[in-house]
Design a protein around this ligand. Structure first.
Ligand SMILES: Nc1ncnc2c1ncn2[C@@H]1O[C@H](COP(=O)(O)OP(=O)(O)O)[C@@H](O)[C@H]1O
Ligand SMILES: [Mg+2]
Length: 248
C-alpha cells in the first residue's frame, strides 16, 4: 500500500463514525476483499475509487450489514458491529442508497416521502426537511416519481434516505447513467449533507467529480486499498493506472 498522506481528521470530531479494519469478505468460497481498511468521520466524504470489479460495492455491503466479513471488523460509532443485520445497523444510523434508487415510480414525490414517516418523524417534518434541502423536489411534489428525470429520481432517493437523519450515508455509483451537469448537482448535495455532520462514503468510477467533494480518497484494486489520502495527494500516475485517467 502506498501511503500518500496520513488522513488528518478535523480536531472537532476525530472519532470515526464508520470504520472497516482489515476486512476480508467472500462470495461462497471466493474471497474478493483481502483486507480493506478505511474510516470516515462526521462531516467527511470518503471516495472509494477503483475499476469495475475492484470490491467497492462489496465494501459498502459489509458496511451496511448486507454481508458479514469473513474476518476483520466493522465499527460504527466505535461499536463493534460484525454480524449486525442491516435493520439493526440502520437503527444505529447507517443509511444506504438502495440499488435501483429505491423509489416507487407509480407514486408521487409526496407519497414517496410519506412512506418514510415510520421512524417517528411526522409527515410535515419529513416534507419540511426534504423540500428545504431539495427545492427542485418541492416544485415537483405532485408529480409521479417515474416521470421525473434521472437526476431528480436520484434526489428523491437521497431525500428518502436522509429523512431518517442518518449518521452515515453510503452511496454506490450515484452518477451512473446521469448527465455530468446533474452529477455535479448531486455531488453538491452530497457536500451539503456532509456539512450537516453526516459521514459519507461514495463508491464511484466517475472519479473526477467525486474528487471534487471528497475529503479523503481510497483507491481499491482487486480487493485491496492500494492508496489512500487526501484528493490532492492522489498522484496522476496512480489516477492513470487505476482510474483510466479520468481523475486527471
Ligand atoms: N453477488 C456476487 N456473487 C459473486 N461474486 C460477486 C458478486 N458481486 C460481486 N462479485 C465479485 O466480487 C468482486 C468485487 O465486486 P464488486 O464489489 O461489485 O466491485 P465494484 O463495485 O468495485 O465494481 C468482483 O470480482 C465481482 O465479480
Ligand atoms: Mg460496484
Amino acid at each position: 500500500m502506498v501511503d500518500l498522506d496520513v488522513p488528518t481528521e478535523t480536531a472537532a470530531d476525530s472519532r470515526p463514525v464508520l470504520e472497516l479494519r482489515d476486512v476480508h469478505a467472500a462470495y461462497g468460497q471466493i474471497e474478493v476483499l483481502h483486507g480493506i481498511d478505511f474510516s470516515v468521520a462526521s462531516g467527511g466524504v470518503l471516495a472509494l475509487l477503483g475499476p469495475n470489479g475492484a470490491g467497492k460495492s462489496t465494501s459498502l455491503r459489509v458496511a451496511s450489514g448486507q454481508m458479514v466479513p469473513t474476518s476483520g471488523c466493522l465499527h460504527v460509532l466505535g461499536r463493534h458491529c460484525n454480524g449486525l443485520k442491516p435493520d439493526a445497523l440502520s437503527r444505529a444510523g447507517m443509511c444506504t442508497l438502495p440499488d435501483g434508487r429505491g423509489i416507487f415510480p407509480n407514486l408521487t414525490v409526496t407519497e414517496n416521502l410519506r412512506l418514510m414517516t415510520f421512524g417517528g418523524s411526522t409527515r410535515a417534518q419529513v416534507e419540511e426537511l426534504t423540500f428545504a434541502r431539495f427545492p427542485r423536489l418541492s416544485e415537483r411534489r405532485g408529480q409521479v416519481a417515474g416521470t421525473l428525470s434521472g437526476g431528480e429520481q436520484q434526489m428523491l432517493a437521497m431525500a428518502r434516505t436522509l429523512s431518517v437523519e442518518p449518521a452515515v450515508l453510503l452511496l454506490d455509483e450515484i452518477s451512473m447513467g446521469l448527465a455530468p451537469m446533474i452529477v455535479a448537482e448531486l455531488y453538491e448535495l452530497v457536500a451539503q449533507i456532509a456539512a450537516e455532520g453526516v459521514a459519507v462514503v461514495l463508491a464511484e468510477q466517475f472519479a473526477a467529480t467525486a474528487l471534487g467533494v471528497a475529503t479523503h480518497v481510497a483507491v481499491v484494486v482487486q480487493g485491496r486499498i492500494v492508496a489512500s489520502g487526501t484528493p490532492d495527494a492522489l498522484p496522476d500516475d496512480l489516477a492513470d493506472a487505476y482510474l483510466g485517467g479520468v481523475a486527471a
